[in-house]
Design a protein. Structure first.
Length: 114
């Protein structure tokens, strides 16, 4: 899965978003993927009485998938941030650097709140 199609540039005087699901947004995953994982967990919970072991296996699978998706999303968002400043000339506008720093901080804080 790639999120590059969700990355937007920045208009004059506004901050650029890392991605639709990155810093400045509610979650690290697209809503559809997040909802699908929630449904899988709900189904596991509902199946517990009938089949406890299967329910736990379903929950384990949902956790593994969520972990993989979030890890991939974070790696992609980090790469997007790096390409914004590593490819630039040694002198970059302070405002652009400030915005990048803010985006790094937002992404890191999001990770720390998981």
């Amino acid at each position: 899965m790639t999120y590059e199609h969700d990355i937007t540039g920045h208009a004059e005087g506004t901050a650029a978003s890392v991605g639709a699901y990155g810093p400045g947004r509610d979650g690290l995953l697209p809503p559809g993927e997040r909802e699908q994982l929630v449904r899988r967990l709900d189904q596991a919970t509902q199946n517990f009485v009938a089949s406890p072991r299967e329910a736990v296996e379903m929950a384990d699978g949902a956790l593994a998938e969520a972990t993989a998706q979030i890890t991939e999303a974070i790696a992609e968002q980090g790469q997007v941030l790096r390409t914004r400043w590593q490819g630039e000339a040694t002198v970059m506008e302070t405002e652009k650097l400030r915005l990048l720093l803010r985006q790094y901080r937002e992404l890191t804080e999001k990770l720390l709140h998981i």
